[in-house]
Ligand binder design. Structure first.
Ligand SMILES: N[C@@H](CCC(=O)N[C@@H](CS)C(=O)NCC(=O)O)C(=O)O
Length: 217
């Protein structure tokens, strides 16, 4: 099984299936293609019909799009707890994962993932403030309603946490203030050894993407 990803410093969509694969202890080969370089599009096109990463290659099966990859993995390895086991919790987890996948445009555009950077207080606007408030509400409500069995949104780590992991990293980069419940959740995600491995790899990368590094520099 191969997962094609972009730069670990910047590629938020790549982080989602990568982190879930690590958490569920599924072995895979990682193929990293630095984005926005002269040969990036050609390199991605070798694997991805959409021209985007992440892409999962499992034998004859090509799966592009982060959420489709996560759903595929959940079906391929049904013994692992990709989604919460309780139907009501699982439904909620699917709703917030879809909400992340299909929305939060201001947060994504004005506060792009950049693990190495620190831009505290930057990127704020009425639109990003709305997105931040909604993420905080989701985290608080999930932790309060479903979080008893562990430190994650639905207790145990699930796809929903993978979907929100890049937001945890954005909140660090842009210094977003959180309440105690949300802070504890942010720390639980940050303390995952796999997330630390991702950050270390991102920090060690030498490529830079000027449009993200100079946004608030
Ligand atoms: N909806 C897609 C979005 C994927 C996406 O936008 N990937 C970015 C990197 S994070 C990409 O491949 N950009 C390269 C490009 O657009 O040329 C998903 O969920 O996988």
């Amino acid at each position: 099984m191969q997962l094609i990803i972009g730069n670990q410093n910047y590629s938020s969509w790549s982080l989602r299936p990568w982190l879930a694969l690590k958490q569920m202890e599924v072995k895979f080969e990682e193929i990293r293609i630095p984005l926005y370089e002269p040969n990036s599009a050609a390199a991605i096109a070798q694997y991805s019909p959409s021209g985007r990463v992440p892409v999962l290659i499992d034998g004859a099966q090509t799966v592009w799009d982060s959420l489709a990859i996560l759903e595929y993995l959940a079906e391929r390895y049904p013994e692992q707890p990709w989604w919460p086991r309780d139907l009501a919790a699982r439904t909620q987890a699917r709703c917030i994962s879809a909400e992340m996948h299909a929305g939060f445009f201001a947060l994504r555009e004005q506060m792009p993932m950049n693990c190495r950077a620190r831009f505290p207080g930057q990127g704020r606007s009425p639109a990003t403030d709305r997105d931040i408030a909604r993420v905080r509400q989701i985290w608080s409500r999930c932790r309060e309603q479903w979080g008893q069995g562990g430190a994650f949104l639905f207790g145990e780590f699930s796809i929903a946490d993978a979907m929100y992991a890049p937001v945890v990293l954005r909140f660090v980069t842009y210094g977003v203030e959180l309440n105690a419940i949300e802070q504890a959740y942010r720390e639980a995600v940050l303390n995952l050894p796999a997330l630390q491995d991702w950050l270390a790899a991102g920090l060690a990368e030498t490529e830079t993407i000027a449009q993200y590094d100079t946004l608030y520099a």
